[in-house]
Design a protein around this ligand. Sequence first.
Ligand SMILES: Nc1ncnc2c1ncn2[C@@H]1O[C@H](COP(=O)(O)OP(=O)(O)OP(=O)(O)O)[C@@H](O)[C@H]1O
Ligand SMILES: [Mg+2]
Length: 258
Amino acid sequence: MDDYEKRMRKLEKKLSRREKRIKGVEDLKISEGVFDKDTLFTLYWFVNKGIFEVLYGIVSTGKEANVYWAKDEKGREYAVKIYRAATSDFKKTMQIYIHGDPRFKHVKRTMRALIVAWAEKEYKNLRRAYEAGVRVPKPIAVRKNVLVMEFIGKDGVPAPIMRESPPEDPEKIFNILLDYVKKLYKFANLVHGDLSEYNVLLWDENPVLIDMAQSVVLNHPLSQEFLMRDLKNLLKYFRNLGVDVPTLEEAFKYVTGG
Ligand SMILES: Nc1ncnc2c1ncn2[C@@H]1O[C@H](COP(=O)(O)OP(=O)(O)OP(=O)(O)O)[C@@H](O)[C@H]1O
Ligand SMILES: [Mg+2]
C-alpha cells in the first residue's frame, strides 16, 4: 500500500464515522461520486468546525467551480464555492494570475496546488474588498478548494445576476459600481479583472460584486490592462441601457486619480 492509498483508507474510515451525522451529504448522494474524496473530507472539516451544518442543492454549475447553498445550525445561509480539478486552459489562466501576484509567487505548479491557491486568492480578495467597503459576499472561511461566503439571496434562491435582470435605475447602479471599482483600486489595491454584468448580483436594487478569484493586486503586471477592460465592459453595458456614461479616459481618471 503506498502513501496515497494509506491516506485514503484513513480518510474513508473517518468519513464513515462521520457520515451519519450529516444529513445533507446523503441528500446530495455524495457517496455516489459528486465530490472527490479530498473535497468530501474538506466539507466534513467545515461541518465539524460548525461553519455550516447542511449542504443543500446546487446554485450554479460553472466551468471551474460549482456553488452550493448551505445552512448552519441557526439557519443562516451560505454560498459554498467548490473549485474542481481543472482543464489545462484553466491551469494556464491560473498561472498568469497567480504567478504575477507577489502574494502567491511561491505556489507550486501542480494542478492541486494551483486550485488551492486559487480558492485562497478569491477568499483574500473578497476580504480586502469587504474591508474596503465594497459590497461583496462576506467571506467566511476557506480551506483547500472550498470557499464559504455569505449567501446573497434568500431561502436558497440566489439574487439574480444583472445580466438576467437589468436594474430599474441603471444610473444609480452605474454610479455605485464605478465607486466600487474606485474603492477597490484605492483602498483594497485590487482590480476585479472580470467585471461585467455576469459577475454583478442585484439584491434589493443594490449591486453586489462576485467572482473575485482572478482579481489582481495593483503591482501585477497586467493590472492596468484589466482595469481598462473592466471599465470598458461597465461603460458598454450601461451605455446600452441609456445611461450618459463618461468616456473610458474619464472613468479611468476617476478611478485611479485623487
Ligand atoms: N455568494 C453568493 N450568493 C448567492 N449566489 C452566488 C454567490 N456566489 C456565486 N453565486 C451564484 O453562482 C454563480 C457562479 O458564481 P461565480 O461567478 O463566483 O463562479 P464562476 O466560477 O465564475 O462560475 P461561472 O463560470 O458560471 O462564471 C453566480 O452567477 C451566482 O448565481
Ligand atoms: Mg462568474
